[in-house]
Design a protein around this ligand. Structure first.
Ligand code: HEM
Length: 501
């Protein structure tokens, strides 16, 4: 990691310069870039309409209030496609059925390139999580497919359940918790288990450390760290350090495994035995943990929140799992988690229509994703508007998932909704050229943890006073990580059932 070490001295000098100097330097650099780039933008006839105002002011809302900002853009331009500048980058926002189709199927639209500039959440370690050659990315995807083959995924069922049991058993017999902390923490553990090594996942303190570091990457993502990632702001340095620490934890685990000569039954073993380069293995664990844990953790937190607010759906889900237990497990088994582990993978995947509908509806309302691409060329037209080669294109999932024409009363949680006949009316796991490559794993994690929780506990949603809230919490799409409702507005009140976890 020579570049990290090289930055060390520059970073130290910058940090010790004091806030006034740092601020002045940052502002001057930003203004120079803005002035240099603002002359580049112009609205040709075929170009999408531009947002009014100074380009500089688009940056902050795009990162901090994305949902409101994009909605404002459509409203103020009165168009279904508009553009704005993020420093020197042209970003085109598209919406509507035909644009959706074009966006997800356009040959030259590239996810990795789009994500790099517009997201910023992934730790950028050249050659490990960024700047990967296509070959390395495809190896990582191949290994992810291997983790989800029937035999491997089946082996993960008991360990995911055991991790969940251990964590849930540490809860008091009754109480309240914030689902966006506690359920996310549970899923972080099961995702680390599924994607890394038993040495890491058996060590609760190390998993907690990893979680803190990943949280630091997420919360440390400021407009500046995305747009001028080379500029050593304190936020950028913190991110860099967190990235380095994550990198070190993973490399230590690989070294320990290789040196011990002991073979274990986990994902790291599969990766090591595949003979991949070390950087590919580190890239697999580092990159997929961030892709997997956040999305699955957000979804699981919302599943538990929605079920806590919809007693009818909670009861339906509970009956479904109880029926599976009756049909596929030994009632004399020691615990609920052992009984759930007896239910075969194919049953979890094909005989849980209620859980499937709950997950699908949760993703529709509480996955604030904005798909991001870069047009690597050639120029294309969407609804007769030019998407030049080199520009960035984004498609907010709210365009389709919260469209009242497709989903009447769109904020209402209703897993019994019939599938819409509109083209690409549901994009929860991606469509077209890019679909989620971790879907099987994510769904299994969601079903196992939800099943254990709703049978092991009774629960409902309360507000900060402990009373039933006047209205159920509504996902906040401006929070691009967890879609979390305002802090303090939503807690889970729970009580253990008499089933031993
Ligand atoms: C509930 C959990 C998850 C949801 C809702 C979800 C959703 C998605 C969506 C919508 C996309 C497409 C994004 C786009 O078009 O811009 C995607 C891509 C992807 N997901 Fe997931 N995901 C989840 C969990 C996971 C997990 C657990 C992993 C890995 C272990 C994973 C790995 C990936 C990868 C590698 C891609 C990129 C595929 C490509 O480049 O072609 N996801 N996911």
């Amino acid at each position: 990691m020579p570049y990290i070490i090289g930055l060390h001295s520059a970073a130290s000098a910058f940090l010790s310069a004091g806030f006034a100097t740092q601020f002045t330097v940052a502002v001057v650099i930003c203004l120079v870039i803005v002035l240099a780039t603002s002359s580049l933008q112009g609205d040709g006839e075929q170009a999408p309409k531009s947002l009014p105002g100074l380009h500089f002011f688009s940056i902050f809302p795009f990162f901090r209030q994305r949902h409101d900002f994009l909605k404002w853009g459509f409203d103020i331009t009165g168009e279904s496609i508009f553009q704005f500048q993020l420093m020197s980058n042209t970003v085109i926002v598209v919406s509507g059925a035909s644009a959706r189709q074009a966006f997800f199927y356009a040959k030259g639209f590239d996810l990795t390139e789009g994500f790099k500039i517009l997201s910023g959440a992934i730790p950028m370690v050249r050659g490990v999580t960024s700047g990967l050659q296509t070959k390395r990315i495809s190896t990582i995807h191949k290994r992810l497919a291997a983790v989800q083959k029937n035999a491997s995924l089946s082996q993960l069922i008991p360990v995911i359940l055991e991790d969940s049991r251990r964590i849930l058993a540490s809860y008091e017999a009754s109480g309240t918790f914030d689902p966006f902390d506690k359920i996310y923490e549970l899923i972080f553990q099961t995702t680390v288990r599924s994607l890394s090594s038993s040495e890491i996942s058996d060590d609760a303190a190390l998993v907690a450390r990893l979680k803190t570091l990943y949280d630091r990457l997420d919360t440390g993502t400021t407009p500046a760290t995305v747009l001028i990632p080379w500029f050593p702001t304190p936020a950028m340095i913190k991110k860099l350090w967190a990235t380095k620490e994550i990198y070190d934890i993973i490399v230590r685990a690989i070294n320990a495994r290789e040196q011990s000569g002991i073979s274990r039954n986990d994902t790291l073993q599969m990766l090591v035995e595949s003979g991949d380069e070390r950087l590919t293995i580190v890239g697999f664990i580092m990159g997929l943990l961030i892709a997997g844990a956040r999305a699955t953790g957000t979804t699981a937190s919302w599943v538990i929140t929605f079920l806590g607010g919809h007693a009818d759906w909670r009861a339906k889900a509970k009956s479904e799992v109880e029926a599976l237990l009756t049909a596929h497990s030994d009632p004399t088994a020691a615990s609920l988690s052992c009984r759930l582990a007896e239910i075969p993978l194919e049953i979890w995947e094909s005989q849980t229509p209620v859980l499937d509908a709950i997950i699908r509806e949760t993703l529709r309302i509480a996955q604030p994703h904005t798909a991001m691409r870069r047009n690597l060329g050639p120029d294309v037209y969407i609804n007769e508007k030019l998407i030049p080669s080199g520009s960035y294109v984004v498609y907010p999932f709210s365009d389709v998932h919260l469209d009242p024409e497709i989903y009447p009363d769109p904020w209402r949680f209703d897993p019994s909704r019939e599938a819409s006949k509109v083209d690409l009316a549901y994009v929860g796991w991606g469509v077209g050229k890019t679909t989620c490559l971790g879907t099987r794993l994510a769904k299994v994690e969601l079903k196992l943890t939800t099943a254990l929780f709703i049978l092991g506990f009774d629960h409902e949603i309360v507000d900060k006073t402990g009373a039933a809230p006047e209205a159920l919490p509504r996902p906040n799409w401006n929070d691009i990580l967890l879609c979390r409702p305002p802090p303090g507005s939503c807690y889970v009140k729970y009580k253990r059932t008499d089933l031993a976890l």
